[in-house]
Design a protein around this ligand. Structure first.
Ligand SMILES: C[C@@H](O)CC(=O)SCCNC(=O)CCNC(=O)[C@H](O)C(C)(C)COP(=O)(O)OP(=O)(O)OC[C@H]1O[C@@H](n2cnc3c(N)ncnc32)[C@H](O)[C@@H]1OP(=O)(O)O
Length: 139
């Protein structure tokens, strides 16, 4: 169930965690057309600075969308903007936790959130900020 603009308070947090699989990477590559060898070519990726295949940055960013659309505020949320910094690589088998924390209640039903993804070692792999329109009523 979603939280309405009125119910949301600064400091509220939502999260979503999942393990990134090779299937996730192939599905994302197929959906977006981003077949960068960094993601789908083991041999080429072993010669890269990351020494192996990594997930698309936008795949990890998609976990933030899941938090916003399913947890906080939840269903009915409208995504307005998102900035992102990809701070560290995500490898196949990493378990990524996306966390969104409300930092400001803005005018016209807008909510600003700090958005962060951590790996299983609590290392930040992605950080940024989102602005959404929260639902007028919880649904
Ligand atoms: C478009 C899509 O298809 C592609 C993607 O989605 S890629 C996936 C999303 N992006 C990421 O996962 C990147 C995550 N970010 C990082 O890992 C780091 O920000 C960074 C390593 C890229 C840069 O870190 P930073 O601290 O800012 O940079 P430094 O310059 O200090 O470098 C740190 C060490 O990395 C070496 N390095 C940097 N660039 C390269 C390069 N192009 N090739 C090889 N090595 C590189 C650099 O030399 C440093 O190594 P050292 O031993 O510590 O000196």
């Amino acid at each position: 169930m979603s939280k309405s603009y009125e119910q949301i308070q600064v400091g509220d947090q939502g999260s979503f965690e999942k393990t990134i699989t090779e299937t996730d990477i192939y599905l994302f590559a197929g959906i977006t057309g981003d077949l960068n060898p960094a993601h789908i070519n083991q041999r080429a990726s072993e010669n890269s600075m990351f020494k192996g295949r990594i997930a698309h940055g936008m795949l990890s960013a998609g976990l933030i969308s899941a938090v916003l659309g399913m947890e906080l505020p939840g269903p009915g949320t409208i995504y307005l903007s998102q900035n992102l910094k990809f701070v560290a690589p995500v490898y196949i088998g990493d378990t990524i936790k996306a966390v969104a924390e409300v930092t400001e209640k803005m005018e016209k039903g807008r909510i600003k959130l700090k958005t962060t993804c951590y790996n299983q070692n609590d290392k930040i792999v992605l950080d940024g900020e989102a602005v959404v329109i929260a639902p007028k009523a919880s649904c």
